[in-house]
Design a protein around this ligand. Sequence first.
Ligand code: KIV
Length: 282
Amino acid sequence: MARNTVNTLLKLKQEGKKISQVTCYDYSTARLVDAAGIDTILVGDSLGMVMQGYENTLPVTMEEMIIYGRSVVRGAQNAFVVIDMPFMSYQCSVEQAVMNAGRLIKETGANAVKLEGGVAVAPQIKAIVDSGIPVCGHIGMTPQSCNLMSGFKVQGKSEANAERIMQDAFAVQEAGAFMMVIECVPPKLSALISKKMHLITIGIGAGAGCDGQVLVNQDMTQMNGDFLPKFCKHFGNVGDALIAAYKAYDEEVKAGTFPDEQHSFPKSECPEEFLKVLDERY
Ligand code: KIV
């Protein structure tokens, strides 16, 4: 299988085929996600919450995105890798946005960058695309604006808010983005947006009418205990499987049954006579 590209992903939309995306932040998980045949990986700044334990994504830095992003790219052979631009790495100016998008692509090997916002960041999206970097937009509930939005709330319920989201969608598309995340928007509104767009819409908490779906890896694999946002589903219970493995290891170490002969190197032992010498000498 060859790595997905902007064109192969756009073709999926044109053929009416759904696109899968999952977040990922490290090499070994990227290999697993890739082996499962997921179309695209998002190195989300949600890593601030699920990998670093912050209460939101705001503290995440460019340097951190680069470290996590590099590991993911090394593990993903086929999935198209999108990497998030962290808070305040693109909002200040078009020049800052292009410089930081360039750094993310150059220093991680990711295939595209993602930034949050619509009309307000259209000049940044256009300039990044003009510099040769594919862009994924992100509209609706934009976690980097959680303070302005008074938390992580569904967007687009009122007429004014729904119209603003529609305008954001068109601004992102007209600026040249090939893909756009729609987060926490009522299903009929996001389906309408998806129908009107030629770019790929990826929903999270936005119903089934989007061209694809994204979920946070730790949430969908139950690595966060019972934490389950309304829009998420547990597709497996990796958390409990890991706890069971750690418990079994703990028990065997404490019982002295691990490591046994099979997991040691008895055949490479140094000569018995010399062990006696060492025993006497020390
Ligand atoms: O950072 C992230 O993981 C995201 C997804 C929730 C879309 O932006």
